[in-house]
Design a protein around this ligand. Structure first.
Ligand code: NOJ
Ligand code: MG
Length: 536
């Protein structure tokens, strides 16, 4: 096998843990998570066996989109702490042998950012061209038909200077004009600021949005639009996203990273497989990991998932490293999407596929979306499009640490509510329970850490009937067979052309671990197993 002697980098061998900082741990009693809180909880993350932590934005921000509207890229929001707290966090992460990845939001700033304030001050301000300003059409309407992801037109009229500006998200999040070299340089300097401090990488927000059609042509209508969808889905964003020039920008960022040691960048990109692959760049000079969101969008069906895994594997460019995601702060949690029993199977899938897994905080204990009363909704996506159930608050609720008041998250009322069952579903309760979701994660993460076959080994799909998903992970001297029952009903694995013998090493039903198996296996509903095969 040609690549067994290859050196793998931390972001290839490792596991990434995403923290939504408002909700991880509150240290100062204001009901909102903060940097000192994260420091207090690093041992949990380390003991799970995480390699790197990605923290959603912690920078100065009016919080119109909870930090994804940045007013100073090089400062920390007081809600989260100070720059000293940040330095302490970075040191504490590194002291534990882990890496820290920051969220970089280069597509747009806050409307409170000094750059935008200057830009909107007059038509001849030197920063006017840092954003996307356009005249109205003759009848006064918007320059084109582009829509905001958060509802309504993507153009906002500016009374003072009599032009529209473009915002892919909220009107409080004006898009930067990445065709302007000064904008490019300013953002490269932001990257250098954090890299000089020792930050290990960036998760780049909406990477595929960064450059728009230079003629601002109308987007085509989407014939498949359904009324329960966000209005943004009415059009296909053919001219407002994924433009060919975006790759020059990504490459520019990559060059900055490559001037440091072993730093990396993940791109947030929601695109079909073949378009996604282009973000690795020609000669791998693009993103190290273009986020693979297939498991967020594919129906929970063994056939569909197997086909998507295989298409993804087949489409990867030479040397392009795969990655997998089950959840993030924008998506309903896996336990809510597929149910708590299947979420265990999903965890096994995530942690045994080939490529870097990203785990969303709380998924390691099977946290579910928390119902938020209508009058308490905070997320602008939910508030702007009421009735469509699009609020992202349910997946952003406080981490459930223990059975004390407010789940050990904060002494005060948390910014979002806890679920009714948090006294049962929490880290502490699951720590001593071998059958828990946490213990399952722990075993999967340990095995992955120990076994080259799982971490860097090859992947081979195995023939299986629905509802079974089956594949092999192997090196020249170790083979694991992974069997996942994606249904609640029993099923059987009895391949015609494959004889095997081995031991169940990890099972979603821990009672079965250590069992010897040969040639055929019956699985319970919601059961998944990792089988160590005997040597041939
Ligand atoms: C993607 C982020 O993940 C999401 O939370 C945010 O609202 C948008 N980008 C806008 O920055
Ligand atoms: Mg706090």
């Amino acid at each position: 096998m040609k690549d067994e002697n290859q050196k793998y980098l931390w972001w290839q061998e490792g596991v990434i843990y995403q923290i939504y900082p408002r909700s991880y741990q509150d240290s100062d009693g204001d009901g909102v998570g903060d940097l000192q809180g994260i420091i207090q909880r690093l041992d949990h993350i380390k003991s799970l066996g995480m390699t790197a932590i990605w923290i959603s934005p912690i920078f100065s921000s009016p919080m119109a989109d909870f930090g994804y509207d940045i007013s100073d890229y090089c400062d920390i929001h007081p809600l989260f702490g100070t720059m000293e707290d940040f330095d302490e966090l970075l040191q504490a992460v590194h002291d534990r042998g882990m890496k820290l990845i920051l969220d970089l939001v280069p597509n747009h700033t806050s409307n409170e950012h000094p750059w935008f304030k200057e830009s909107r001050s007059s038509k001849d301000n030197p920063k006017r061209d840092w954003y996307i300003w356009e005249d109205a059409k003759e009848d006064g309407s918007e320059p084109n038909n582009w829509l905001s992801v958060f509802g309504g037109s993507a153009w906002e009229w500016d009374e003072k200077t009599q032009q529209y500006y473009y915002h892919a998200f909220l009107k409080e999040q004006p898009d930067l004009n990445w065709r302007n070299p000064e904008v490019q340089e300013a953002m490269m300097n932001v990257m250098r600021f954090w890299l000089d401090k020792g930050v290990d990488g960036f998760r780049v927000d909406v990477m595929w949005h960064m450059i728009k059609d230079d003629q601002l042509r109308d987007n085509p209508t989407n014939p498949n639009y359904k009324s329960h969808q966000a209005t943004y889905e009415k059009l296909i964003p053919a001219y407002s996203t994924d433009q060919p020039e975006v790759h020059d920008i990504v490459h520019m960022m990559r060059k900055v990273l490559d001037s440091y040691d072993e730093r990396m960048m993940i791109g947030e990109i929601y695109l079909p497989i073949h378009k996604l692959m282009t973000y690795y760049g020609t000669d791998k000079n693009g993103a190290h990991l273009p986020f693979n969101f297939l498991l967020l969008s594919t129906d929970w069906d063994a056939g569909e998932i197997a086909s998507n895994i295989n298409q993804y594997e087949a489409a990867l460019p030479e040397g392009g490293w795969p990655n997998w995601v089950l959840g993030n702060h924008d998506q309903s949690r896996i336990s809510s999407r597929v149910g708590q029993d299947q979420a265990r199977v999903a965890a096994m899938l995530l942690l045994t596929l080939r490529g870097t897994p990203t785990i969303y905080y709380g998924d390691e204990i099977g946290m579910r979306d928390v119902p938020i009363p209508e009058e308490e909704v905070q997320d602008p996506q939910g508030l702007n499009m009421p009735g469509l159930n699009l609020s992202r608050d349910p997946q952003r609720t406080p981490m459930q640490w223990d059975d004390s008041e407010n789940a050990g998250f904060s002494p005060s009322k948390p910014w979002l509510p806890l679920p009714a069952d948090y006294r049962r579903v929490n880290v502490k309760a699951q720590s001593d329970d071998h059958g828990s979701m946490l213990a399952l994660h722990q075993r999967l993460l340990n095995l992955r850490q120990e076994e080259d076959a799982l971490r860097i080994g090859h992947y081979k799909p195995m023939e299986a009937q629905k509802p079974l998903l089956a594949y092999m992970r192997y090196t020249s001297n170790t083979r694991f067979l992974i069997l996942l029952n994606l249904s609640h009903k029993t099923c059987h694995f009895h391949p015609e052309h494959f004889q095997f013998e081995g031991t169940i090493e990890i099972d979603t039903l821990p009672e079965r671990e250590g069992t010897e198996v040969k040639d055929k296996i019956s699985l319970s509903g919601d059961e998944g197993m990792v089988i160590r095969l005997k040597h041939l």
